[in-house]
Design a protein around this ligand. Structure first.
Ligand code: NAD
Length: 390
């Protein structure tokens, strides 16, 4: 049976969604405003992996959705038509946005060029779609007097994760040296030569983007924060960690690692695990990301508020490959010792602030969600080429 995500319930963290929840309390510096009933939401990137899940979630919750997407060839292949309920609009087109924003109460902004990028040649595409696009959207929202934005941000804005040394003190390591990576020394070491352990990253951690994509995602946040301040609007920036789930794009140079492992298994190959496989990450199911967006749209917070959206259950990349291979019935993973120079050793999220501000707790445990993902449908069409920006 394929498409497990659609046909059987996923395992829930703690067995139920309710047991471990505390009543919502504002996080430090975060004040909840009253839950608001929405009428009409503009959803950008509505044909994308995450956007399509949000689209369904919002409609199921009774909201009216205006879905727009440019149908970038890099994401959807050449000549892709927008799916039912989505209109082809470029967020960099002010007139197109003016029309779409009529009567809209809030914007859920998912449209972006994604992925770590292949080379510096991708920089204009990130700047154009992600940053110019966000700036054009913010200006259009101001014209339409639309004051509530939920922005798809990313854990990549942090760059490195947080660490502790062998004495338990916070440590801020420098970037890893290529010579160390070449020699298979992947961990950051403390003064005693012991590996630094990861610590959960909260939203006050320094923002040190390490890739062109990350620089663009941080610029989106900065524009949105300044817009919120200048116009008295509210922006909730949801910093997604590693998102996975059904209809995730297949393996391209811009895909996430879970889709890359899935594609290797489908091709009858072993998932190739880089470094020593011990890199810690947080994998959050796309249904939880959609739920977080719904919560953020229904509960505007004061000013600009960034929130980690994560499962709160860290997992190593080696474990991800092992769970996927076992559930797929494919070849066991191989740990290759290869590396990507831009990758950080560990990055693990603290989901606390989102829990307190939005009453959001991920419902899908990564072990069960990834096992389900091993047979879930992927995006039908493979993205084509580098993202165009003109
Ligand atoms: N997938 C992840 O793991 C992840 C993690 C962190 C953050 N995010 C963020 O989540 C959002 C959605 O990502 P996704 O994984 O669904 O990617 P995706 O590529 O599946 O969807 C993005 C959509 O945006 C559209 N788009 C791009 N430029 C556009 C433009 N100028 N005008 C209108 N539409 C445009 C694309 O056609 C695509 O359908 C992005 O903002 C991304 O940065 C994703």
């Amino acid at each position: 049976m394929s498409g497990g995500a659609a046909t059987r319930p996923l395992a829930r963290i703690g067995g139920t969604t309710g047991e471990r929840r505390l009543p919502p309390q504002p996080a430090a510096g975060v004040r909840n405003t009253r839950r608001r009933s929405l009428v009409r939401v503009l959803l950008t990137g509505a044909a994308g992996f995450i956007g399509a899940h949000i689209h369904r979630k919002l409609r199921d919750a009774g909201h009216e959705v205006v879905g727009i997407d440019l149908m970038l060839a890099a994401a959807h292949g050449g000549e892709a038509e927008p799916p039912y309920g989505v209109e082809r609009v470029d967020i960099r087109d002010p007139e197109g946005l003016d029309t779409c924003l009529r009567g809209v109460d809030a914007v859920c902004h998912q449209a972006a060029v994604v992925g770590a990028g292949v080379s510096a040649q991708d920089a204009p595409a990130y700047a154009s779609h992600n940053d110019l696009g966000t700036a054009v959207l913010l200006a259009a929202m101001d014209r339409a007097r639309c004051r509530h934005l939920v922005l798809a941000s990313s854990m990549v804005v942090y760059g490195e994760g947080s660490y502790r040394n062998s004495l338990g003190a916070a440590a801020v390591p420098p970037s890893r040296r290529i010579a160390d990576l070449d020699d298979g020394r992947f961990d950051h070491l403390d003064a005693a030569g012991q590996p630094l352990a990861w610590d959960p990253v909260d939203e006050d951690a320094p923002l040190r983007p390490r890739s062109l994509y990350a620089a663009g995602k941080l610029a989106q946040e900065n524009y949105a924060a300044a817009w919120a301040f200048a116009t008295g609007s509210t922006v909730t920036a949801l910093r997604y960690h590693n998102v996975y789930g059904d209809h995730m794009p297949r393996d391209t140079p811009y895909s996430g690692v879970a889709a890359i492992f899935r594609s290797m298994l489908e091709a009858g190959e072993s998932p190739r695990v880089f470094e020593d496989g011990c890199q810690a990450r947080d994998f959050v199911h796309v249904s939880d990301v959609a739920a977080a967006n719904l919560a953020a749209l229904e509960r505007p917070l004061d000013g600009f508020v960034p929130l980690n959206i994560a499962s709160g259950q860290p997992i190593t990349i080696g474990e991800v490959a092992t769970v996927l291979a076992a559930a797929h019935g494919g070849k066991a993973p191989v740990v290759t010792g290869e590396y990507r120079a831009g990758d950080v050793r560990h990055i693990v999220a603290s989901p606390e602030r989102a829990r307190r501000a939005l009453d959001f707790t991920a419902a899908v445990a990564p072990a069960a969600g990834l096992a389900d993902f091993a047979s879930a449908p992927l995006r039908a069409v493979v993205g084509r080429g580098a993202p165009a920006w003109r």
